[in-house]
Design a protein around this ligand. Structure first.
Ligand code: 13P
Ligand code: SF4
Length: 363
């Protein structure tokens, strides 16, 4: 049977889409598992079989028995599910436009150019471990697999840096400069031994001496959502709530992380606030869908949870996975049509898996 087109689903009301999701899920039963990242919007998140941060979801993607892994997250997450699952399993992203703007800040061509330029100063394959944040395309994970490198997530980046420094004296960390800097700082690496590589400049905008001195070379990438959080917002919260507690995601700027009481992945943020004492006040520096859901959940214990930014900042790309797209993709699966399959080319998948498995073993 030909795939059902998306057009009629676009016209569904949210309530109609919800009913169709429930019906299609019931029809699919255990053949489909719905993995949801914590930033997913509420009207999709409520259908999740499993929720988590990137590390938890990648581990679970390798363990699920379902035929279809429907990933309500962004493109790189569905790629990881495809790489780590068995060959007969199918990874699906309900809307192909759900990308990650930070992941797009590093490309294979630019990283290869960086590697070539570094080779004019030192032998990168002997001296530099490439470390890619999981928020990156599969071909960059493959680059790391090929060059003795590794993947990290927001919950294990410091451990992964330790793994890397046991092997080579320097690290090239991409694409998120903030996660790399914060993790290096936590390991005690001085700021002047962390240099920024600007991929749009020759030699990354660095001198030979700066490259020789650097222990971590940080790619000039960032998350547009987390860069909205500012240290001044923490100061204002603390002035109002002297006993308040601040928790941020490590994609926030260094100044925000340093002013926070806790810094951790989305899963860590949820666990820490939920474990907090009744009546405590929290300021949270991460995406709005997570923060709003958390605020509601802990309200009965008298805890307040405040969003760090003054403006609304959501992960607009993850937001594209809406009930209409989810209903469309589940009904197609129930009718035997695979739509929006994420399939990493085998030669890339093999090498990317090497880098992912190094991470899973090391953390
Ligand atoms: P977590 O691994 O903490 O869930 O982070 C993923 C992400 O994209 C944060 O912006
Ligand atoms: Fe990417 Fe930022 Fe969205 Fe996370 S919040 S998926 S880093 S754009």
């Amino acid at each position: 049977m030909a795939a059902i087109s998306f057009d009629p689903f676009n016209a569904l009301s949210d309530d109609q889409a919800q009913e169709r999701i429930v019906a299609a899920k019931a029809k699919l039963g255990s053949r489909a598992v719905l993995l949801c990242h914590h930033y997913q919007r509420a009207d999709v998140y409520r259908h999740a079989d499993i929720t988590g941060d990137s590390l938890k979801l990648s581990r679970l993607a390798s363990q699920t028995a379902a035929e279809y892994i429907v990933f309500c997250g962004v493109h790189f997450m569905a790629e990881v599910a495809d790489i780590l699952s068995r060959p007969e399993q199918v990874s699906i992203l309900p809307d192909m436009a759900a990308g990650c703007s930070m992941a797009d800040m590093a490309s294979r061509a630019k990283v290869e150019r960086c590697w070539r330029e570094l080779a004019t100063v030192l032998d990168p394959d002997e001296k530099v471990t490439p470390v890619t944040y999981i928020n990156s395309a599969a071909d960059l994970k493959a680059f790391c697999g090929e060059h003795g490198g590794i993947v990290c997530t927001s919950s294990n980046a410091t451990q992964i840096l330790e793994w890397s420094f046991k092997r080579r004296e320097k690290v090239l960390f991409f694409p998120d400069q903030h996660l790399g800097r914060w993790s290096g700082y936590r390991m005690g690496i001085p700021m002047d031994e962390m240099a920024i590589w600007n991929p749009d400049l020759e030699m990354g905008g660095l001198t030979r001496a700066q490259i020789e001195k650097a222990r971590i070379i940080l790619w000039h990438g960032y998350c547009s959502v987390h860069q909205m959080f500012q240290p001044g917002q923490i100061d204002r919260f603390r002035a109002k709530h002297p006993d308040g507690i601040v928790i941020s995601h490590p994609e926030c700027s260094f100044e925000v992380c340093r002013k926070s009481d806790y810094v951790g992945s989305t899963e860590t943020i949820l666990k820490t606030v939920k474990a907090g004492a009744p009546g405590t006040h929290w300021l949270v520096g991460t995406e709005l869908n997570l923060v709003e859901r958390l605020a509601q959940e802990v309200k009965p214990e008298g805890k307040t949870v405040q969003f760090m930014a003054d403006t609304i900042c959501m992960c607009s790309t993850m937001q594209r996975i809406d009930p209409q797209h989810l209903a469309w993709c589940l009904e197609n699966l129930a009718a035997g049509n695979v739509v929006n399959r994420i399939s990493v080319p085998p030669h890339e998948a093999v090498l990317a898996k090497v880098a992912l498995e190094r991470m899973l073993e090391a953390s």
